[in-house]
Design a protein around this ligand. Structure first.
Ligand code: GDP
Ligand code: MG
Length: 163
């Protein structure tokens, strides 16, 4: 079967933008409203010679206690279980947040393979911006720009290394 890549991270970091770039679709709803993509969404991803399945998860709300947030967390956990590799997407413009640290703690427990993609780094000192996210304890963070495409192809190569 095709390898499965799940995009996980808090709302508004650019998961759906990355999903759309990888699948060349506008299917995943991209919005400034945090948490708008509530369901998992599956697509066929392509990058160079690679072909894979991408899951756009609705966003991680580990501290929420009820309603949509709980459902989103459940959907995200399901995506992690289904994935061969999890891309933990964070926002390089906002920097590291407490919520990112919580998600990292959960992913260290549950994900088979996980790495950090630092998004929105176009026009920034990319290596420097990414370095801050070493603190998540999930290896070398990778600077990307989902909107512009910078680093996305390299990211896919790293995601499927040894697979
Ligand atoms: P999601 O909630 O994680 O799915 O995030 P979205 O894909 O809906 O994006 C949230 C916001 O971030 C939107 O306004 C996007 O246009 C913006 N965004 C996504 N990727 C990038 C990027 O690479 N650079 C910049 N500057 N903005 C981005
Ligand atoms: Mg989304």
């Amino acid at each position: 079967r095709l390898p499965v890549l799940a995009l996980v991270g808090r709302p508004n970091v650019g998961k759906s933008t990355l999903f759309n770039r990888l699948t060349r679709s506008r299917a995943a709803l991209v919005a400034d409203v945090p948490g708008l993509t509530r369901d998992r969404q599956y697509g066929r991803g392509r990058s160079g010679e690679r072909s894979f399945i991408v899951i756009d998860s609705g966003g991680f709300e580990p501290v929420a206690k009820s309603g949509i947030a709980v459902e989103m967390a459940r959907q995200t956990r399901q995506a992690v279980l289904e994935a061969d590799t999890v891309v933990f997407v964070v926002d390089g413009r906002e920097g590291l947040t407490a919520h990112d640290m919580e998600i990292a703690r959960e992913l260290r427990r549950t994900a088979q393979r996980v790495f950090v993609a630092v998004n929105k780094t176009e026009g920034m000192p990319r290596a420097q911006v990414a370095a801050e996210f070493h603190e998540l304890g999930l290896g070398d963070p990778l600077p990307i720009s989902a909107a512009h495409g910078d680093g996305v192809r390299d990211m896919i190569e790293i995601a499927f290394e040894h697979m």
